[in-house]
Structures are given as structure tokens and as C-alpha cells.
Write a protein that binds this ligand. Sequence first.
Ligand SMILES: [Zn+2]
Length: 296
Amino acid sequence: MRERELQKLIRAGAGGDDFDPALHGRIVAALKEFEPSALSLTTRFQAAGYLQRAVTYLAHQNDYKRPSPYAQDDFVVDEEKFPEETGILTGISATLQYSNEMANHFEGRRRSLIQSLNSKPIFSVAPPWNTLSEQAKLSLLNEFMKRSVEIHSLVKGENRIISLLDDQNHARPYARSLLQISKREDGIQRTGAAVKFSKKVLGSQTHRRALILAYHESVHIVSHQIALDLNNGDIPPAHPLYNDARIRRASLYFGPAESSCIASLYESDSEEKLAYGEQEAFIREAAAFNRSQAKP
Ligand SMILES: [Zn+2]
């Protein structure tokens, strides 16, 4: 089978009520014939998107579910019930990892961000965090994310970020970023990012948890910006982040290669690995800062 025929087959596949078990079997069999690295980025993302929709649908239908360790979803798929699909997805995911250059880019600028927090504090405000209004807390987090995005960005420009209280009443503390993307024939265009914080995270005794989540979300906004820079011609093929930008752009255009419903894939997703890795390093390196700033 040629890649073009594989693409046609994948496009015919659907989740939800239009799910077709026979067609699904043909798609899985066809995908097993290909080495993921031999497929175009487009085909890999289309295949990953289809397989996740199909597996999530089948997990719902057959109750092949487990409680989710994440805040975003209520369940994760029982992967043991889908060895072929998760095997293919793992293979695709392995070809969509960011380079070390991407990690280096963030590492150097993270240091500058922490230094800037020490010299120009945002959170050492009186009155202390736990007495501030939700709106005042959101403004501080927004100021922090704007500074983070500004320091990490390759190309300087206006960063339209808004911070909101998440109206979904979830028991766990979390934040999520909604990247407002308008899709065009030739790719993506960024119009802004909204980051929503749960009531629970804003209600914490100190700003620590909210700050860590805000940093995590700012990493997603920056990599999104890098994908846009690629579209605007600011990242030529010789640029060290060229391939990383292509991967991020494809994930924005076709949807992420990994959803949080499939735990092993969510954890192997290069974008989430980057954001969580940065988050951990930020916690370690900003520890002294947090201690000094958390005091009322
Ligand atoms: Zn994330």
C-alpha cells in the first residue's frame, strides 16, 4: 500500500456513532505495514488522531476504563485492551519527540525568568496571597505568564494572554491553556491564549501551586509561538528549532498526537514532557525564591 492510500483509509475512519469495526481493522492492519518515521508528519498526526478517537470510543462502549490520574479527564483508557492500537501510537509518538535544542532553549531562558523574579518580584505583595481577591490573583498570574512568554519567545511581539477563573467546578487544582488558533489553508495563526485556573488552585494558602501551573501553561504558549514563527518565515530550515517547530505546528493543526485519555501516550508526548520537565526544574530552582516570597 502507498502512503496516499493509507491517508484515504484513515480519513474514511471515524469515531463516535459512525465507527466502523471492519474499517478500523483495515486501518490498524495497514498502519502496521509502515515504519512511522517513513510517513509524513501529516499522516502520522492523522493516524494518531484517528486511533485515539477510535480507542476512546471503544473504551466508552465496552467500559474499558480506569480512573484518571490527571485533572483533565475523568477516565483513562485501559490500554491492555488495545495492544495493537497503543503499540502503533507509541511508535508514532517516538518519532515526534522534540530535540535537545528545544530543552536547551527553555533551560537558558528559565534562568533569566527566575532572576527577573528575584529582581522584579511579582508575588511579594501585601496583603498576602490568601487574602487577595480571585481577580487580583488572576492579574498577578497573568503578569507572570506574560513575563515568562516574553523571556522565552524567539521573536518579540505582543503576547495576548488572558487569565480566567475556570467555571468548571472541578475538585482538583489545575490550570489549562486554551490556545486560540485560527486555521488557514497553509497552517495556523495565533490570535491569543486564554489560561484558566480552577477555583481550587486560586484558593490555595500560598501562590506556589498557581505559579507552578502558570509556568507550565506559559511553556505551551511559547512552543505555540515558535510554531507561528515557523509559519511567518522566522525559522528557516537551518534553524536549530526547525524540526521542533514543525512538530508543534502539525500538532496544533491536526490536534495533539496524544490525548490525556491514554495515559502512557500523554506521558510520552514531547510537548507535555517539555512542560512537565520545565515545571520540575522551575520548582527546584525557584525554591529559594518561593521561600522568601511566600512569607506574608
Ligand atoms: Zn500541559
